[in-house]
Design a protein around this ligand. Sequence first.
Ligand code: AMP
Length: 117
Amino acid sequence: MSPLTAPDCLFCRIVAGEVPAEVVISTDTMVAFRDIAPQAPVHVLVTPRDHHADVAQLAAADPELLADLVRTANEVAEDLADGQFRMIFNTGTRSGQSVFHVHAHVLAGAQLGWSPA
Ligand code: AMP
């Protein structure tokens, strides 16, 4: 089945292979690629092939796909770091979201400096 797509969506174009990216994991459902402006030694964006605007919309529409995304994030961290990672979903412009195709920022590979605890 073809993935859900949206016109003029940068990450739809990356998952389709129309825009180059440094892909680290590619499955039937997910593409994980390195962020072009990394904020940590490992900074990978984990992106479902299906277009959903943000994590809340993904959770409502397809919770199993969200679980799949989390499993893929863990796999990225196992492959590229020590299996420990921070996962961030910016949700809405005030949070800093700039690409409205859901993606998890997976940050790893260093002692990260800030914690909400
Ligand atoms: P957000 O601001 O949470 O929507 O995250 C979007 C992320 O996409 C930013 O961290 C950008 O650096 C990253 N980004 C934008 N364009 C590309 C691209 N062509 N390849 C890889 N990462 C990108």
